[in-house]
Design a protein around this ligand. Structure first.
Ligand SMILES: NC(=O)c1ccc[n+]([C@@H]2O[C@H](COP(=O)([O-])OP(=O)(O)OC[C@H]3O[C@@H](n4cnc5c(N)ncnc54)[C@H](OP(=O)(O)O)[C@@H]3O)[C@@H](O)[C@H]2O)c1
Length: 280
């Protein structure tokens, strides 16, 4: 039977490349994109095994609409790739009042993933692949106070936090699903050429990143490995095999904070408070 995958932010970059890789492996892929035109263009390019559904991951009402569509049209989901994300953006808040990097990269995935579990946890070999970044290793603590206020906002630091939180979420959810089929793993692409990198301000550091950035094929390989390798145990972090940046994928350890159960519990409870969603 054909497997069904959902890829968020699937109209470009790593999300599009992952969707293509999955279509090529005979998955039916739901392209969860915020922009109708871009989503439909991606659907057209990927052919009959891809289907656009509208999702703005920063908006709880958009997530609810998306979930309604998915629950009405699918009996089960085999793979969820939480990919939608932004990087190094000026301070902005979402309609729910959350800082946009944290809302896009982390809170929206927390909300939508928990709601999709009923369609996933009874499916054999089902899995959730959570994108993260080497930026997760730069986060030094779990900061929750004032996270959505402009006062201390720093686009770099907040991007680091969002990627640490993505990884902590994946690890905690994998533990919570231990009596079910679904495994939760993390994939990071290294530093990859995409529109994400073109969008942010240029300075010496970002120009340095641009020099070492690899092509999408290298960046998406860990995502596809995490999505299709049948021998995963859960909580692995897949990344490009040589110094997190080049070559074939391999498994790494995440930021050590992500293995701290107390810190994970703190983040989980905070996220439950903000989203109203929980999974015990
Ligand atoms: N490229 C890298 O070096 C790198 C490194 C580490 C991690 N990552 C992670 O990989 C993911 C993909 O990055 P990329 O490089 O492929 O970036 P990209 O080319 O900019 O693609 C980002 C995708 O996310 C979508 N998106 C953004 N906000 C959204 C929202 N509110 N709702 C739904 N979709 C939304 C974008 O949609 P629109 O087209 O409508 O904007 C786009 O489809 C990101 O989460 C990023 O943090 C990337």
């Amino acid at each position: 039977m054909k497997k069904t995958a959902i890829v968020t932010g699937a109209n470009t970059g790593l999300g599009f490349a992952a969707a293509k890789g999955l279509v090529d492996r005979d998955y039916h892929v739901v392209l969860a994109c915020r922009n109708r035109e871009k989503g439909r263009a991606a659907q057209k390019e990927l052919g009959p095994n891809a289907l656009f559904r509208k999702l703005d991951i920063t908006s709880f009402s958009s997530i609810e609409f998306f979930l309604h569509e998915i629950k009405n049209n699918y009996d089960g989901i085999d793979l969820l790739y939480n990919n939608a994300g932004i990087m190094y953006v000026p301070y902005k808040t979402t309609e729910e009042g959350f800082e946009s990097t944290i809302a896009t990269n982390y809170l929206g995935a927390f909300y939508s993933t928990l709601e999709l579990l009923e369609l996933m946890k009874y499916r054999e070999d089902s899995r959730i692949v959570q994108v993260s970044s080497i930026a997760m290793y730069l986060a030094r603590d779990v900061r929750l106070e004032g996270l959505h206020e402009e006062k201390d906002y720093n686009p770099w630091t907040w991007y680091n936090y969002s990627n640490l939180y993505r990884t902590m979420f994946a690890f905690e959810l994998d533990d919570k699903l231990k009596n079910h089929h679904t495994k939760v793993v993390v994939a990071h692409p290294g530093i990859t050429k995409s529109r994400l990198r073109k969008r942010r301000k240029r300075n010496l550091t970002t120009m340095g990143f641009d020099l070492i950035a690899t092509n999408i094929k290298t960046g998406v390989a860990p995502v596809l490995e995490a999505s299709t390798n049948l021998n995963i145990k859960g909580k692995e972090v897949f990344g490009p095999g040589v110094i997190h940046q080049y070559g074939k994928p391999r498994i790494y350890r995440g930021n050590k904070i992500a293995y701290d159960k107390e810190e994970r519990k703190k983040l989980w409870n905070y996220s439950v408070d903000l989203t109203g969603k929980d999974y015990k």
